[in-house]
Design a protein around this ligand. Sequence first.
Ligand code: ATP
Ligand code: MG
Length: 563
Amino acid sequence: MSTSETDITKQTTTGNFIRTIIEDDLQSGRHSTIVTRFPPEPNGYLHIGHAKSICLNFGLALDFGGCCHLRFDDTNPAREEIEYAESIKESVNWLGFQWGEHLYYASDYFEQLYQWAEQLILQGDAYVDDLTAEEIRAHRGTLTEPGTESPYRNRTVEENLDLFRRMRSGEFADGARVLRAKIDMASPNLNLRDPVMYRILHAPHPHAGDSWCIYPMYDYAHGQSDSIEGITHSVCTLEFESHRPLYEWFLDRLGIYRPRQYEFARLNLTYTVMSKRKLLQLVQDGDVAGWDDPRMPTLVGLRRRGYTPGSIRAFCERIGVGKSDSWIDMGILEECVRDDLNANAPRAMGVLRPLKLVIENFPEGEVEMFTAANHPQRPELGSRQIPFSRELYIEQDDFMETPVKGFHRMVPGQEVRLRYAYIVKCTEVVKDGDGTVVEVRCTYDPDTRTGGPAAGRKVKGTIHWVSARHALTAEVRLYDRLFSVSNPDKGGQDYKSFINPHALEVLPSARLEPSLADAEGESRFQFERQGYFTVDCRDSHPGAPIFNRTVTLRDSWSKEQTA
Ligand code: ATP
Ligand code: MG
């Protein structure tokens, strides 16, 4: 798989409030250039919510000629893995964004962060606490009641420094002590009630190796990392709004450069879940086939499903960036990929649930070739030849022995057009012992081919087909939404009880036009009247592609012309 399909040079972030702030900052001379960052923790795969943050941060940098750092916020070795970091890099590139030489790891700052922690101790701004995690929680107070000061809060600077150094040297067990900022146990903002800065954890680190047994907490590491890198606009999601005073407190006490933090509303998307914990659980419990299962909202999953990077960027542009929490309908994401594929995907004919059609008056052994445009609006995409013969496959759905009202497709005694080819008339129905239709027979009108004397004759329906003996037999996987309710997280019921049992239907022997045999991984097609399909990049083999349904058609062609 190539890492990047498109290297983009512009991501329009028009009209969001952060953009306005940046314009003002550049105009007033507060900054001459901007530096943003995308700071994932390498503890899972990126999902569509992260794409919003990526498009925003990298997009702003592109639009204003600044740069955007990719920084791994890797302060918790217990949950982090190299595999995740690698996948994150690949996904950011795939979306079309480049960090250039600006790849950073918070863990590379561990020594500096440690030195700053000693500085805070020396200033009387931090202390070593021997309370357990539960005791600290119990002392924290509530939104309406102040917290209680730890009995260890007023240790001397010397004692704190000695204990902290011994924490670092590995003298104490996990959880025995922590380093806390000495701020205000009565602050109305709970984040300022002496937050923990360091904890003891005897565990190797995927990037930093085994040099540390104390690790900084996110809140202590994040702002200082921004400061070290000279970030100008530190953009994060709304839940960090109440952390901003702490972000500023650390930087001010240390007397170092203070970037400004801005918060925007995270993406909430219907019919899926985005918590990494839940996504991991779905993978571990085997509810999906992996992080890149095409039902997953992960970027690797969406990619395998057939989403293009451009469609995801278009989605992020379309939903905008605001300050109040809202829900975005999954239909909008689907619409974005549909728009992209409608404009760009070559057309093909594929019969998903085949029914044999025999043309009685077409000579046995003869093959006729029809020319089909690869795209109705884009002649530059060329055309291809499609073989036609006496035995074809049509869609089971396109035949009704006793038609319902308005059904204008294959019906006994009725004419229907075979797309790109002839008008045929159904003459006979063949059934098996159970009464199931196993074959339909018809006659064709030789004058109705393109250029023929009766080419213009109108019939009410047009259906797609493939020649039986030329067809490629392929597995087609029909994917749909992972959950069957719009908000699987709501209502106190286990979200897993809402998994959509029909989110994957495997059709083992669809019949596709032969040109598709050579389709390579990730190539995308519109199967006429059926939807958009992408070659599965994991399970396909050369000459034997497996197709994933990316999204259904908006359905105008089939509704208008064949219903
Ligand atoms: P957690 O902190 O639970 O591991 P997370 O989703 O916040 O999960 P991070 O790796 O910390 O994971 O996220 C990296 C960046 O992506 C952060 O700046 C975060 O604000 C942003 N982000 C995460 N989820 C969303 C979302 N749903 N919408 C927009 N931005 C998001
Ligand atoms: Mg996070």
